[in-house]
Design a protein around this ligand. Structure first.
Ligand SMILES: Nc1ncnc2c1ncn2[C@@H]1O[C@H](COP(=O)(O)OP(=O)(O)OP(=O)(O)O)[C@@H](O)[C@H]1O
Length: 357
């Protein structure tokens, strides 16, 4: 059964719908990410759960209780913002104690709990520092300790790592992930970083223009997006439009790129009007010798192409390969091919999706 339920949530600002028919069932102890482009309504969803904004329609339940009319500080959902919002004139320990003080928790209990939380977020010894005497990652950990101090039923993280540098960000992702699993606290994470969502989440809700377009486990979303909009949230892809006849896909461009799609999911109604999505990393470039070897011993379909562009990017090299009038973007871990090289390539069919156009 769901611990946090969002039912038919809707909200407009100045007559413009910002959230439309949002439905989410989140299990106890689960971490779910809201992932989507800037302005799609992620933070607004989080703020309605926290009670900072009031929805126009719909209901929110925590542990079976409808919290629509419960005030922000009392509904058991605590939000941590990207800019931490620590009180600058208070020490670390005073910041952590603040929520408990508001709830009139006894001073000695407050103190003991705050010291324990400082230990949990690995900041013992920092209790008397002020926020401006801490690094970004340390401030972030204090703001998480402050949120946890009030025993929230639901933790809401609004782009918590976006102000941190790359190394600290990955350290904090691991730290928060481990802490979330250890405390088994039901969590919603708002992010526009697909890698962050994939690494940290049990499930991801992809939001597009105020609606949830797909809600599923990271691997399923990444490999089997239901539509092009969802696929694009997980990075740039190749699309070739065409038609399917007798399980053979033919590209519109010049009736070439013939491709057997019999093994792929066929969730399209109109075979005359489809596009196939080919992820960059599902295309494998090989040279002529490998082609001769592979061609004789496996059933892959091979295509010929010419490298027309190359960008070295460290771990990967990005190539543009022209084939049968199409330009395909390809990501490889090898940088051995060069512009104007004539190459062969094959495509990992498990990664291809067919969408209705
Ligand atoms: N208080 C407000 N008044 C009017 N419009 C608002 C208000 N808050 C947000 N919006 C608008 O609602 C839409 C959704 O905003 P929201 O902050 O939820 O997006 P987001 O997906 O979290 O974006 P980002 O990733 O950039 O933070 C945007 O178009 C935004 O301009």
């Amino acid at each position: 059964m769901a611990f946090l339920e969002i039912r038919n949530l809707g909200l407009s600002f100045d007559g413009k719908p910002v959230l439309e028919n949002i439905n989410l069932d989140i299990k106890e102890g689960e971490i779910v990410s809201l992932l989507g482009a800037s302005g799609c309504g992620k933070s607004t969803t989080l703020k309605t759960v926290a009670g900072i904004l009031k929805q126009d329609v719909g209901d929110i339940f925590i542990d079976g209780e409808n919290i629509n009319n419960i005030k922000t500080g009392q509904r058991g959902a605590v939000i941590v913002f990207q800019d931490y919002l620590l009180f600058p004139h208070m020490t670390v320990i005073q910041n952590i104690e603040f929520g408990m003080k508001m709830m009139k928790v006894d001073k000695s209990v407050r103190k003991e709990k705050s010291m324990k939380l400082l230990e949990t977020v690995k900041l013992s010894g920092y209790e008397n520092r002020y926020p401006n005497e801490l690094s970004g990652g340390q401030q972030q950990r204090v703001s998480i300790a402050r949120a946890l101090a009030v025993n929230p039923k639901v933790l809401l993280l609004d782009e918590p790592f976006s102000n941190l540098d790359v190394n600290l960000r990955s350290e904090m992702r691991k730290f928060v992930s481990d802490l979330q699993k250890e405390l088994k606290i039901t969590t919603i994470l708002v992010t526009h970083d697909m890698e962050e969502a994939i690494i940290m989440s049990d499930r991801i809700a992809v939001m597009i223009d105020g609606r949830i377009r797909q809600f599923d486990e990271p691997k399923k979303l990444y490999e089997k997006p239901v539509c092009r909009e969802v696929a694009d949230v997980f990075g740039e892809k190749n699309y070739i439009s065409g038609y399917i006849n007798n399980n053979i896909f033919t590209s519109d461009i010049n009736d070439k790129i013939l491709f057997d799609v019999s093994e792929l999911d066929n969730n399209y109604d109109d075979p005359e009007n489809v596009e196939i999505m080919i992820p960059k990393e599902s295309i494998n470039i090989i040279d002529e010798n490998s082609y001769l070897e592979l061609n004789s011993e496996c059933n892959n379909e091979f295509f010929r192409g010419i490298i027309v562009d190359k960008k070295y990017a460290g771990e990967n090299t990005f190539y543009e390969v022209e084939s049968e009038g199409c330009i395909l973007n390809v990501s490889q871990d090898s940088d051995r091919y060069n512009i104007n090289d004539s190459v062969y390539f094959y495509i990992d069919k498990n990664r291809i999706c067919i969408f209705e156009k």
